[in-house]
Design a protein around this ligand. Structure first.
Ligand SMILES: Nc1ncnc2c1ncn2[C@@H]1O[C@H](COP(=O)(O)OP(=O)(O)OP(=O)(O)O)[C@@H](O)[C@H]1O
Length: 586
């Protein structure tokens, strides 16, 4: 029930801004319902007029013709009402899904980084694509259908009951059985469709994994196993989707069958009325003809709603999933955030405790002082907590206890935008965005001049390479199709940071293997980048941090050693062992 409430709350928020459109919609729906349901009565009248006329009873051809004309006008008006309803709903649907997309994207920009760590890319993407598509489709089809159907059923019930109560009750007599059968089929169809979606999800996940690991599969001669795994999952999808299709395909024939059965009952009962002789032949015949049409008008909306039921359900699920994102916490922003201090003696990490989950602490009381302009290297085995510590420095996450201070100011009191501006970050796997090489370098400073961009690239040792390209700085790049190697991406990322010129720097040194020439280019670029900045460098290859002012070794979330390279070698602990093992391979 709360799921339904969440979904309805979501739609209400977006729909309530269109009161005039809904007023028009109300009018067009009423126009359609009234005219569509009145038309059959004129059909009956024309039959009666014709019978009267041919049997030489009262009435003339004129009455027949005028009733025929009214019927035609009613049908035309119902078509106008129908088309206008679709038009208004398409407009509202298009505009509101555009708003939903805007709001969702805006929310993504404000949310805590933790959300993206705990949700797969595919899941986040699905909320933008399939969930919003389902909502849009439902607004254009299923919602319109739902409004019509409700209005039509109410309209036809009123007219039927006013004309002839016994025949109206006969028309409605099969409704309870129909609803029971429909509910059963819908339940089975839903279960089957859920299974089908789950199997499709597994198959897609498998394909994704296999494409990503294609090289590894080929290198290990695992193509046959890969095919076998695919075959099994594909067969599962085939089985569940067949059963899903059978059940959802059953619904409409069942509803049509019930409609025909009801029509037969109406004809039977109507004929019985004729035989009873309660009515004149013409009137009785007309009544039967009209109720046959009513039976169809009564069942049509039921059939229509069942045919879009699946779409409605997907739209409800979509709304709930999008609404879930809106309920996620935003990044905490201090009300009157302070600027980053212009001058500071050091960046201090003081007795920091942190865990991603409340009951699993990852960092257990880390204390590091990075004096202004000095370089601190953070070293440790995989999973020790190095990246986690770095994540705290520019507030991707907040400490559970302890402080991170720039000078005397706690970073939680600093304006978030200012903090990110002043703390530069070079990640292991730099992201490229669709655009040119120049726009990618200027990512953090979009108004940078071409001279500034080139100067940054020159310092990052990338200018020569770029100038050698036929389109130079205008060469198009994107994350998926980049002409840049892993090492060149690192250099570009360094150029990006140089351009922004932040006083504090976080460098997650690349672990990817690059050739020795590129490695030395990166090393020089990094050395140039670090000069004069307070830097934290996560080092995987220790020779990159031999000159660090202080090297901190983290193991299992705690500092076990710290000192200069020489001091740590002399101490002959974990660092010395690691260094020796790395130099053997070098
Ligand atoms: N988003 C997250 N949610 C929950 N746990 C996480 C998350 N990120 C990392 N961890 C856990 O925190 C611990 C420290 O991970 P972290 O990435 O900081 O290690 P690391 O020292 O940087 O390792 P590596 O050298 O392999 O990058 C690990 O046990 C890891 O599983």
């Amino acid at each position: 029930m709360t799921k339904l409430k969440t979904a309805l709350g979501f739609y209400w928020r977006y729909m309530k801004v269109y009161p005039w459109h809904f007023l028009v919609l109300l009018f067009t729906v009423i126009l359609f319902t009234v005219t569509y349901n009145l038309a059959p009565t004129y059909l009956g009248k024309t039959v009666q007029d014709l019978t009267n006329f041919t049997q030489g009873q009262h009435g003339t051809m004129d009455t027949f013709q005028s009733d025929l004309l009214i019927m035609a006008v009613l049908f035309i008006l119902s078509a106008i009402g129908d088309a206008s309803t679709s038009f208004v709903m398409s407009w509202v649907g298009g505009r509101s899904t555009q708003e939903m997309r805007n709001d969702l994207f805006g929310k993504m920009q404000r949310m805590k980084v933790g959300y993206f760590d705990s949700h797969s890319d595919g899941d986040v993407l699905a909320r933008f694509t399939s969930d919003l598509d389902n909502i849009f489709n439902a607004m254009n089809e299923a919602f319109v259908q739902l409004i019509y159907s409700a209005a039509q059923i109410i309209g036809v019930l009123i007219i039927m009951l006013r004309m002839n109560v016994p025949l109206a009750l006969v028309t409605m007599s099969t409704t309870p059985v129909t609803i029971l059968i429909a509910a059963y089929v819908i339940r089975r169809a839903n279960r089957a469709i859920d299974e089908q979606q789950a199997d499709i999800g597994k198959l897609n996940g498998y394909i994704n994994e296999q494409i990503t690991g294609q090289k590894l599969i080929i290198a290990n001669n695992l193509q046959k196993d890969s095919l076998a795994g695919f075959g099994t999952r594909n067969a599962d999808v085939q089985q569940t989707s067949t059963s899903g299709q059978i059940w959802s395909g059953t619904l409409q024939p069942v509803m049509n069958g019930m409609m025909l059965l009801t029509t037969a009952i109406v004809v039977f009962f109507g004929s019985w009325l004729v035989l009873q002789g309660n009515l004149q032949t013409g009137a009785a015949l007309a009544l039967v003809v009209v109720y046959v049409q009513f039976a169809q008008n009564y069942f049509q909306p039921l059939v229509a709603v069942t045919s879009v039921y699946n779409q409605l359900q997907l739209a409800m699920t979509g709304a709930r999933r999008v609404e879930e994102v809106h309920h996620e916490d935003d990044e905490p922003r201090p009300a009157n955030g302070l600027p980053v201090p212009k001058t500071f003696d050091a960046v201090r990490i003081e007795d920091v405790h942190f865990g991603y989950k409340p009951d699993v602490e990852i960092l257990h009381g880390i204390t590091i002082t990075a004096p202004h302009g000095k370089m601190i290297a953070v070293v440790g085995p995989t999973g020790a907590g190095k990246t986690t510590l770095i994540n705290l420095l520019n507030r991707f996450y907040d400490v559970d206890s302890g402080h991170i201070l720039i000078g005397e100011t706690d970073i939680r009191d600093i304006d978030l935008h200012a903090l990110r501006q002043e703390v530069g970050i070079v990640l292991q796997d730099p992201q490229m965005f669709s655009g040119t090489i120049a726009s990618n370098i200027a990512f953090g400073k979009p108004d940078a001049s071409m001279d500034e961009i080139r100067e940054a690239a020159r310092t990052a040792q990338l200018d020569d390479y770029i100038m050698g390209l036929p389109q130079g700085y205008d060469t198009p790049v994107s994350d998926e199709q980049s002409i840049l190697s892993a090492g060149q991406k690192q250099l570009l990322s360094i150029a990006r940071t140089l351009l922004v010129n932040p006083p504090i720097l976080i460098l997650d040194e690349a672990t990817s293997n690059v050739d020795t020439v590129t490695e030395s280019l990166i090393q020089t670029a990094m050395d140039r980048l670090i000069v004069g900045r307070t830097s934290f460098v996560i080092a995987h290859r220790l020779k990159t941090v031999l000159n660090a002012d202080n090297i901190v070794v983290i193991r299992d979330g705690a500092i076990t050693e710290s000192g200069t390279h020489q001091e740590l070698l002399a101490a002959d602990g974990f660092y010395a062992g690691l260094y020796k093992s790395q130099t053997i391979f070098d």
